[in-house]
Design a protein around this ligand. Structure first.
Ligand SMILES: Cc1cc2nc3c(=O)[nH]c(=O)nc-3n(C[C@H](O)[C@H](O)[C@H](O)COP(=O)(O)OP(=O)(O)OC[C@H]3O[C@@H](n4cnc5c(N)ncnc54)[C@H](O)[C@@H]3O)c2cc1C
Length: 293
């Protein structure tokens, strides 16, 4: 693998601590982290890994991840070099490694509305497409027009409109697909109005979420007909902790890292919450955060 990367001029790092790449600040070392810089490099890399039967993991901004304390033996493909934004009328073509915040500010400055909801979601546009990330009644399904990605065989493919198969925190992309860029279809509006909406949503977030502590956002998907935070509260679990992992005092739907949390602490706390909520309400909580290890 290293020979292939070196001979072909890929940028890569070895023994990278995953805690530095996740908003949870948890995770052991990744043996190998690769930073492809173009669609061509990405495609050739995936074709090579397929040929050699090498599995891999795709990393955006690590804001929806819990990484094992033992780290990762499979190579990590980090998308941060896909960092371009192109504008064509009311459409933005955004590299998958661009943060939602950067794309939203770019849209605002160009008088394009529709992406305000994503401004405070602390991931990349690629991660947002995969997760169909959303907030305050809007999600990626409402703005994504087209996505260019590379499949596990290294083939470059495109998904259009409904082919994305978006539903609540779900899209058509499997863990073997790597998104290269996405086209967002937006609408003309006044930058001041767009900015006011972004500010309002950030204000709501700051008031409700423990943004001052490391976390991976909402731990569980919203079960149909319930509010996760309320269920957890009604079990008396607000503030409950295992090791360094704590159910946030501010928002019971979040687990925060109080400083020393391990992924084992978080996994145990997730199981404990699931069991307690199920025993009391008969409701199954499904994790939204993704565990990798
Ligand atoms: C404080 C806080 C608040 C949050 N608020 C929200 C919210 O309001 N709404 C919401 O939906 N989420 C929220 N989240 C969760 C998270 O930000 C989103 O799920 C986000 O979309 C993840 O993007 P990422 O780039 O960080 O992806 P990562 O966490 O790096 O990865 C998530 C998944 O996407 C895959 N992936 C990432 N990039 C690519 C790519 N280019 N190609 C293929 N696969 C890829 C990864 O392999 C992984 O399976 C919040 C998180 C935090 C910490």
């Amino acid at each position: 693998m290293i020979d292939f990367l070196t001979e072909n001029g890929y940028r890569f790092l070895r023994n990278e601590p995953m805690r530095n790449y996740t908003t949870f600040k948890i995770g052991g070392n990744a043996d190998l982290m690769i930073f492809p810089e173009s669609l061509r490099e990405l495609s050739a890399l995936l074709a090579y890994m397929r040929q050699e039967n090498i599995e891999f993991f795709v990393l955006g901004n690590g804001s929806n991840l819990l990484v094992s304390d033992e780290g990762l033996r499979i190579p990590v493909i980090k998308t941060e070099k896909f960092d371009f934004i192109e504008i064509d009328g009311t459409e933005l073509t955004v590299g998958s490694g661009v943060t939602n915040a950067k794309a939203a500010v770019f849209a605002m400055k160009n008088g394009l509305s529709g992406f305000e909801f994503a401004h405070g979601i602390p991931g990349t546009v690629g991660g947002a497409v995969v997760m169909n990330a959303g907030a305050y009644g809007e999600d990626m399904s409402m703005v994504v027009d087209k996505t260019v990605y590379v499949d596990k065989n290294g083939r470059i493919k495109e998904a259009y409109g409904e082919n994305h198969d978006f539903s609540y925190r779900h899209s058509c992309f499997s863990s073997d697909d790597v998104i290269f860029c996405t086209v967002l279809r937006l609408e003309r509006s006044d930058p001041d109005i767009i900015k006011a909406k972004m500010d309002e949503l950030i204000g709501k977030r700051r008031a409700a979420q423990p943004l001052e502590m490391p976390s991976a956002g909402s731990v569980f998907k919203r079960p149909e007909g319930y509010f996760t935070g309320k269920l957890i509260d009604e079990c008396g679990l607000r503030g409950y902790s295992i090791g360094g992992a704590q159910i946030s005092e501010k928002h019971s739907g979040f687990i925060v890292n109080t400083g020393t949390a391990t992924s084992k602490d978080v996994l145990e706390l997730i199981s404990y919450i699931q069991k307690t909520v199920y025993d009391k309400f008969g409701v199954t909580l499904t994790p939204e955060i993704r565990y990798v290890g």
